[in-house]
Design a protein around this ligand. Structure first.
Ligand code: HEC
Ligand code: HEC
Ligand code: HEC
Ligand code: HEC
Length: 441
């Protein structure tokens, strides 16, 4: 626990130990965490936690501007296209772009315009953990008293995916995309880094919390994304839209590409951009379900449970076949896949993942990438984030030396460049970049 000034402790302890009668789950607002005596210090502190989390969030974290984005002309345009009076008061936008708890759960200092604030991820500040943690209680006790244990990748994914994939109440449908919303993609380990992290995994962190490596975080994130996608696909009100299935579940670029490509294509002599993707069983001219998380999960499972990896490969074939058969077939395939994803979460959370397993997953990704398995943009993007996550995890674990790490990082640059813009993705360029990376192994 941080060393606060004596007056700050007294003040806060009085405020927290004898709170006025307050409803449960009240969100107190970013200000209540971010004062200069608490998490709002300018420089990082030498105490257990950095204490400059508020400054990092406010300056560098796009969650701090998630609400303000709704006031911009592009959001107004999206809202107008959807027939909404505006974006900053529309529940559908606020549910993901702010900590949109109901009115009666907002404390006196709560400000909706603060966007995705501390409590959207860490949990309501009115819960007993708040007073306890100011008093220096251990992490376990805080968690028992309502602090969300975000160090646990299963818990973390549950929070991130509500907004970065959707849940039964909030979902960025193709209609919202069609109105101008950007495509949404997510990979938990990379996105924890990109946010950027306002925590430091050092010796005292390791003493206080269970540390989960980046590969496991990636793998569990994939399993939970598959599970969530299947839930939404099979049972939710978002599964269909009139005559069509909800198009946001499908590979955007299966439909959104020019009919005759002006971009260079493989070999350059044939004018369509379509490429077969091995393992899907699909031919040209069909809308392809976005199976990128399923494919990543198959590769992740190969590290820990090869029989389940085989089953996931079969689910990929089944779901594509079902998507061309009937709604009932699709629901059945989604439920079966969800069941395997659930089992995958348990195995990936517990099975040992050693240096050899990590290296094997990386080599599989690189090999498949070199062979054109990631023909569509969504799988190439996921594969790139996965390779990046594995390289980083191997560095942290000491499984690769500095020279090896630098070589791999340099090899990754053309790979990142090949997926930097989804509208300009060309599979041959991606394959070339991954082959270059393979050479640096
Ligand atoms: C399911 C959650 C969800 C819903 C619903 C949603 N958004 Fe978003 N929105 C996101 C996420 C996540 C991103 C960031 C995407 C990324 O970069 O990975 C985003 C990005 C954006 C951006 C681009 C921001 C930037 O910094 O470039 C705009 C503009 C936007 N949303 C507006 C809206 C509007 C307007 C609505 C309501 C009609 C809305 N969103 C509904 C989750 C959502
Ligand atoms: C988008 C989600 C998100 C938001 C918003 C967020 N955090 Fe975090 N925070 C995390 C994650 C993930 C971790 C790392 C896991 C952990 O240690 O709990 C973390 C860790 C922390 C830690 C623990 C550091 C340690 O060494 O144990 C503190 C303290 C913290 N955040 C404070 C804040 C404050 C203050 C705010 C608001 C200004 C905030 N967070 C906003 C996700 C978030
Ligand atoms: C309440 C909804 C919500 C939650 C919960 C949430 N996010 Fe976000 N996140 C957003 C929105 C909305 C944006 C886009 C903000 C913008 O661009 O203005 C975003 C943006 C991001 C970005 C920047 C993406 C980019 O392309 O620049 C990262 C990284 C990110 N979130 C990571 C996470 C992680 C990791 C978690 C879980 C620990 C998480 N988020 C939880 C809503 C959420
Ligand atoms: C099955 C085919 C299909 C898939 C898959 C698909 N779309 Fe669309 N998209 C369409 C159609 C049809 C329209 C409407 C075009 C029109 O209004 O003329 C459209 C319109 C759009 C528009 C508006 C374009 C414009 O210029 O008006 C955007 C943006 C968009 N889609 C984004 C996406 C994203 C992001 C995804 C993936 C999550 C996606 N689409 C998946 C068929 C598809």
């Amino acid at each position: 626990m941080s060393r606060l000034s004596a007056t700050a402790i007294l003040f806060l302890a009085l405020a927290w130990l004898a709170p006025p009668a307050m409803a449960q789950d009240v969100h107190l607002g970013v200000k209540s965490c971010g004062s200069s005596g608490c998490h709002g210090q300018v420089a990082s502190s030498t105490t257990n936690v950095l204490l400059n989390e508020y400054v990092t969030w406010q300056k560098y974290d796009s969650h701090a501007t998630a609400y303000k984005v709704l006031l911009e002309p592009r959001s107004q345009r999206i809202a107008a296209n959807l027939g909404l009076p505006n974006a900053h008061e529309a529940k559908i936008c606020l549910d993901c772009h702010a900590d949109n708890v109901p009115e009666e759960k907002r404390g006196p200092q709560f400000v909706l315009a603060d966007g995705v604030g501390c409590e959207a991820c860490h949990g309501a500040g009115s819960a007993p953990w708040m007073g306890l943690h100011i008093g220096g209680s251990p992490h376990d006790q805080n968690v028992q008293n309502g602090l969300i244990p975000l160090e646990d990748p299963i818990v973390r994914a549950g929070i991130c995916l509500d907004c970065h994939l959707g849940d039964e109440d909030q979902f960025a449908t193709h209609r919202i995309m069609g109105a101008g919303h950007p495509r949404i993609s997510f990979e938990m380990d990379s996105f924890t880094d990109f946010q950027p992290a306002h925590f430091l995994v050092d010796d005292d962190y390791r003493k206080r919390k269970r540390v989960v490596d980046g590969v496991r975080t990636w793998a569990i994130g994939q399993a939970l994304m598959v599970e969530r996608r299947m839930e939404l696909l099979a049972d939710s009100k978002f599964a269909t839209d009139g005559l069509f299935p909800e198009l946001a579940f499908f590979d955007c670029h299966a439909c959104h590409q020019p009919m005759s490509s002006s971009l260079p294509t493989d070999g350059g002599e044939f004018p369509t951009a379509w490429n077969p993707r091995p393992g899907t069983g699909l031919g040209p001219g069909v809308a392809k379900f976005n199976d990128s998380n399923m494919l990543m999960l198959e590769i992740a499972l190969d590290m820990a449970a090869p029989d389940l990896a085989d089953r996931m490969a079969q689910h990929i074939l089944d779901i594509h076949k079902a998507s061309q058969t009937s709604r009932e077939a699709m629901n059945a395939a989604a439920r079966a896949t969800k069941e395997t994803a659930r089992q995958a979460v348990e195995i990936l959370a517990t099975k040992e993942i050693d240096a050899a397993a990590m290296r094997k997953a990386m080599e599989t990704l690189i090999e498949k990438g070199s062979q054109g398995y990631f023909a569509d943009y969504e799988t190439a993007e996921q594969a790139t984030m996965a390779i990046g996550a594995i390289i980083e995890a191997m560095r942290v674990a000491g499984f690769v030396d500095t020279a090896g790490y630098e070589k791999l990082s340099a090899g990754m640059e053309p790979v990142y460049a090949a997926v930097a813009n989804d509208e300009r993705y060309v599979v041959s360029r991606f394959i070339g970049a991954v082959q270059g990376l393979a050479a640096s192994l």
